[in-house]
Design a protein around this ligand. Structure first.
Ligand code: L34
Length: 290
C-alpha cells in the first residue's frame, strides 16, 4: 500500500507557484491577490480559510480575509461581493461554504464575477468545465486529478466509483474523470444515498472516490484488492484525549481499507492540502488570463 501524500505534493505545487510569483515580480507584473469571504465562525471553516491565507503568504500572493458575523444578511453579503467584483486589485476570491441557512447559496455564487471565481462554482464556469472549455476547475476535484497524475495512476478505461453527488466534489469529479482528457477516460459510476447495490458496485471499482461526509463509511469488505482509494471526507469527532478536543476522521475506515488498497489518501494530509494548493493555482491562472 502506497500513501498518496497530499501534504507533500501540495508543498511541491506551492514551490512551483512561488517560482512563478518570483518571475512575475522580476518583470514588475501583477502580484496575485486572493480574497476569502467567511460568514460566521464555524470552527472547521475558520481552519480551512486560515490555511488558505497562510498558503498565500507562503507562495508570495497578497491575500485579504473578510470575516462577517453569523447574522449578516444576504443583501450585505451581496454588497461585499459587488465590492470584490469591482476591486481591480483582487484577481480571485472565494465565498467559503457552507453559508448560514438564511442565505441563498445559489444567489450568492451567481453574483461572483466568473473571471474571479477561482472556486469554479459559478454556472458559467461549471458549464465551461462540463463542455471541456478551459476554465477554473473546482479546487477539490482538481486536487484529486493532480494527485492521481503526479503519482502516475492510470485512469483510462478504469472503473471509477464516486460516492456522493455534491456540487463541489462528487458531481464535478465524476464529470472530469469521464472526460477525454489526461487523467480521465474512466468509466464512472456516480453513487449516492438512493443507490441500491453500492457494495456490488464498489467491489468492481479500480478507483473509489468517497465524498459523502459520513465518517469511516467505506469498509474493507466493500473494496477490491489493489483498488485506489481517494478519501475526501473530513469530520471532527469528539475526543477528550486530544488537546483540541477532537480528532479528524475521513469517509474511509482506514484501518480495514488500507489493507486492501494499492494507493490511499490519508486524512488529514490527503485531499485537504491539495484543495488549497489548487486554489492557489487557479488564482495564478486568474492573473495570467488578464
Ligand atoms: N467556497 N468552500 C469553498 N471552497 C472550497 O474549496 C471549500 N472547501 C470545503 C469546504 N468549503 C469550501 C475547502 O476548502 C472543504 N475544504 C477544505 C480545505 C482544506 C482542508 C480541508 C477542507 C484542509 O486543509 N484539511 C487538512 C486538515 C485541516 C484541519 O486540521 O482541520 C487536511 O490535512 O486534510
Amino acid at each position: 500500500m502506497i500513501l498518496l501524500d497530499g501534504k507533500k505534493t501540495a508543498a511541491t505545487i506551492k514551490e512551483e507557484i512561488a517560482i512563478e510569483v518570483e518571475k512575475i515580480k522580476k518583470v514588475g507584473g501583477k502580484i496575485p491577490h486572493l480574497a476569502a469571504l467567511l460568514v460566521g465562525a464555524d470552527g472547521a471553516s475558520l481552519t480551512y480559510v486560515n490555511s488558505k491565507v497562510k498558503a498565500c503568504q507562503k507562495v508570495g500572493f497578497n491575500s485579504t480575509l473578510i470575516e462577517l458575523p453569523d447574522n449578516t444578511t444576504e443583501e450585505q453579503l451581496l454588497y461585499e461581493i459587488e465590492l470584490l467584483n469591482r476591486d481591480t486589485d483582487i484577481d480571485g476570491y472565494i465565498v467559503q461554504l457552507p453559508l448560514p441557512k438564511h442565505i441563498d447559496e445559489q444567489k450568492v455564487l451567481m453574483a461572483v464575477d466568473p473571471h474571479k471565481d477561482v472556486d469554479g462554482f459559478h454556472p458559467t464556469n461549471v458549464g465551461k468545465m462540463t463542455l471541456e472549455i478551459p476554465t477554473f476547475l473546482p479546487a477539490t476535484p482538481y486536487g484529486i486529478i493532480e494527485l492521481l497524475e503526479r503519482y502516475a495512476i492510470e485512469t483510462s478505461g478504469k472503473n471509477v466509483v464516486v460516492i456522493g453527488r455534491s456540487h463541489i466534489v462528487g458531481r464535478p469529479i465524476s464529470i472530469l474523470l469521464s472526460q477525454k482528457r489526461k487523467t480521465g477516460n474512466a468509466t464512472v459510476t456516480l453513487c449516492h444515498s438512493r443507490t441500491r447495490n453500492l457494495k456490488e458496485l464498489t467491489l468492481k471499482a479500480d478507483i473509489i472516490v468517497v465524498a459523502l461526509g459520513i465518517a469511516e463509511f467505506l469498509k474493507g469488505d466493500m473494496v477490491k484488492k489493489g483498488a485506489v482509494i481517494i478519501d475526501v471526507g473530513i469530520t471532527r469527532i469528539k475526543d477528550k484525549s486530544r488537546k483540541s478536543g477532537y480528532r479528524l476522521a475521513g469517509d474511509v475506515d482506514f484501518e480495514s481499507v488500507s489493507k486492501k488498497a494499492s494507493y490511499i489518501t490519508p486524512v488529514p494530509g490527503g485531499v485537504g492540502p491539495m484543495t488549497i494548493a489548487m486554489l492557489l493555482k487557479n488564482t495564478l491562472l486568474a492573473v495570467q488570463n488578464k
